[in-house]
Design a protein around this ligand. Sequence first.
Ligand code: CP
Ligand code: NVA
Length: 318
Amino acid sequence: MARSTTRTSRNTSKDLLTIASLSSQHIAALIKQAQSLQGKRRARRTPRPLVGKTLGLIFEKPSTRTRVSFEAGMNQLGGQSLFLDSEKIQLSRGESLADTAQVLSRYVDGLVVRTFDQTTLEDWATYATIPVINGLTDQCHPCQILADLFTITRKKKRLKGLKLAYIGDGNNVTHSLLEAGALMGMHVSVGCPTGYEPDQKIVDWAQEKALKTKTRIEVTSDPIAAVRNADVLYTDVWISMGQEREQKRRLKALTPYQVNERLLRKAKADAIVMHCLPAHRGEEISTGVLDGPQAVVLEQAENRLDMQNAILINWLGK
Ligand code: CP
Ligand code: NVA
């Protein structure tokens, strides 16, 4: 088992920008380390390998889970965090990203960035000399999905050979799930309306990878076909941050893709229901399913903490 205070692998790249940039071995090691850290945290014996380290968080979108779990985690590991609302730093008055990244690199030991374009995140990684961790972009949400792999492993005791059905909008969460499934040998079936499919480039990447891991990656407009035989049913909001102007159109197109009792009955009887939260009850998921016995969403949220503590040790530790 990975030692809880050391890096799981020597070949960690400076930044954590996507799931696709990780190896399956590294992901498996992170899951083991998260498990070990969770045991220690629950016994109030969290190690403190990050004493003297500071994490900066630059957020251009709202957040509850990502912000608080990273801040609390940094504190538990002996370090400190600084939340930097992008509206309150000079970036909002025209200071360049390049200058900001270089200056911050002289003060803090790592940055979590939540922004819109993946290319903006890549710019942070280029100009910062410290690790940059993706706290969500329009393209992907790797920390969420690494934590979700940990949750699925806890619940189902494996990843390989499971079927995950993602129902709804093909968004940032979908993209990271596709990458993760392809790498870890978990079948991913996306059920979404025409026009709301995940990015074809990411689907292509996942399908190519899936040939090696003998995994099925598919996209269909039939939610029932997607859900059939699923071990995990996953959904996310229909209107992601930044898409508020498309609300009316999205609600109309996505209504047949609600995860509700009727759809859940088509999955395996012991399927778990996941949602990264925040949820909109009555839109992408019914109240009964979200609050029902098959939903694991609160544990899913808690597991962010332990997976991200593993990430912090790996990317910010010695
Ligand atoms: N799931 C997730 O990333 O939640 P927040 O937007 O609250 O961080
Ligand atoms: N797809 C959602 C995820 C929120 C955690 C969004 O980007 O708003």
